[in-house]
Design a binder for this molecule. Sequence first.
Ligand SMILES: [Zn+2]
Length: 368
Amino acid sequence: MWAAAKRTARFAVTAKWQLATLKWRLILIGIAALVLFLVILVVGILDTLTGVQNEQPTDVTFNTAGGLQVSDQVLQYRGLVESELSKHGLAEQTNLVLALMMQESGGHGNDPMQASESKCGRIGCITSPEESIVYGVEHFASVFERANRDVQLTLQSYNFGGGFIDYVQQNGGRYSKELAISFSQMMYQRVKHTGIYRCHRPSAVQHGACYGDIEYVDAVLKYLAPVAVADGVITKELLSGLRSPLAIPLNVTSRFGWRVVFGQRDNHTGIDFSCTPSDTIHAVKSGTVIYSGNRGPYGNLVQVRHDNYITAYAHLSRLGVQTGQQIEAGQALGYCGTTGRSSGNHLHFEIKTSEWSGHIDPAPVFGL
Ligand SMILES: [Zn+2]
């Protein structure tokens, strides 16, 4: 009887101890959940902040044959993308497709166009970048034609699937961000039980538009550099009729914009043209020399102020003008060189609204 009572007591103690452990476990799970929640919250806030910083003005005129700011990984596929597009008579859309590839993959991996689903309905059936580009371009071309060559509708449909074209045609026939949001909301209601769709962007969460990416159009178009800054400081008119900075044909060795150098993303604020030390560098327009001297990584640098903008000519071997001098369009400023942070003779050329900011892509200005 005593033994039995003792046993019961021991059981009670064990049960009580287990209950206590359970309580602690629940508390720990609670704390873990709270920490997770806070992490998600902080990441979300950071995401929103960087999202705001990265936001580009959406009212700039984009030129699909104009400038492009993509990684070198994407640029290495230019030839292949262009030749595949030519098969569909769409070679002039090369930059648009490269911008799309930049958004899809940054040019990384075996399926840089993320074309696997359009090829075989599932992820992972494409095994090489060449295959990805063949199927990705084919898919792009078919969407582009179905969308009546509407660039925004094409891009959003590349992300959402062809159903979006039908949806737009049933709702006025023109792409709008509102239609993209309502389509995403509708589709999300249909597929959310699968659990494979989740909201990445705060704006998508806000609208409950978690199917696909409602910001896709802007995300792709931001890689297409505007022909001119739309804020009225540098306009297309101001940039028309510029002389070439070199007497030899312009050969671009490095483009403007984000590029990846030794695995680091680096913003190239100008464009590089190949040249030799015997080549003179010419002012693209008349103006005033506001700087002629040596400036660190730029090496020997000449900067010329024109009416509303500045042009810069860097890495020169010799300088031929002085600060304060008035110069004519086409006047020689110095000689091609490799001074400063440079690994060979070339001209680094910039167009910008002020000495340290407002850089634009010079390529479209010279039809490159
Ligand atoms: Zn450069």
